[in-house]
Write a protein that binds this ligand. Structure first.
Ligand SMILES: [Zn+2]
Length: 240
């Protein structure tokens, strides 16, 4: 089988003014403002006669292809045009936004429903991931993360490599689980497994110590401290 390019994106969020500058540079000349929102259902909207673009905060780290689709949306705000419909499809189908929305959903429902999905890794894979977690906790997080966070290996993840499920309350935050795509355990994916686990461990730290469950400044600080690269997006090819 040929290696399939599943991408792990370590997204370091843009500010609203950075996003506005980028959109204008790419041709959205009518835009005068960008506002990031944390809405559960509306992922974007144009207001004030097409001059302000409201974006779900999941788009802070969107790649250039998605940013350009928003340029098309801002410039062709006529629902009948093919360019506009194609741009809508592009921004809706970007996996990063599902990641962000999924995290919000997990956050709102996790206290009521325990996760019924069992771990699908082999005993060896479970031992290996626990050892990796222990080592990274010591070398990258000064052993500050809990040692007993459930780590689940999933066969069913399609577009994502991993996630962290925040639970509890803002006063008493806990972590339900870290889940990892089973594809990461295949030969040749060792670096991607470590990078993905670090990404999720940075989510654990940002949530437990700073109450932040997204890819905001707290996550970014922990990710940088743990040794994730300084570039905004790291694409890691994963062997399928
Ligand atoms: Zn993440």
């Amino acid at each position: 089988m040929k290696p399939r390019a599943l991408q792990l994106e370590l997204t370091f969020g843009r500010s609203e003014s950075e996003m506005l500058r980028l959109l204008r540079r790419e041709g959205a000349s009518r835009l005068e403002g960008v506002a990031f929102r944390r809405n559960r259902s509306t992922i974007w909207s144009l207001t004030q006669n097409g001059r302000v673009l409201n974006l779900h905060e999941g788009y802070r780290g969107a790649p250039l292809s998605v940013v350009r689709a928003f340029v098309a949306i801002a410039n062709h705000g006529h629902r009948s045009s093919g360019r506009y419909r194609e741009a809508c499809r592009v921004v809706r189908s970007w996996p990063g936004i599902d990641h962000a929305l999924g995290r919000l959903r997990a956050h709102s429902t996790s206290r009521r429903r325990p996760r019924p999905v069992p771990c699908q890794g082999t005993p060896q894979e479970r031992i290996r991931v626990r050892a990796l977690y222990r080592r990274l906790n010591g070398t990258r997080f000064e052993d500050r993360l809990p040692t007993d966070i459930p780590i689940r290996i999933s066969r069913r993840m399609k577009t994502r490599l991993g996630h962290m499920a925040p639970e509890g309350t803002s006063r008493n935050p806990t972590v339900g689980e870290i889940a990892l795509n089973r594809m990461l355990f295949r030969g040749g994916n060792e670096a991607a497994l470590e990078e993905t686990l670090l990404h999720e461990m940075a989510h654990v730290a940002a949530y437990l110590f700073d109450g932040d469950s997204g890819h905001g400044p707290a996550w970014k600080t922990w990710a940088l401290r743990a040794g994730c690269g300084p570039t905004p997006c790291i694409a890691i090819p994963v062997r399928a």
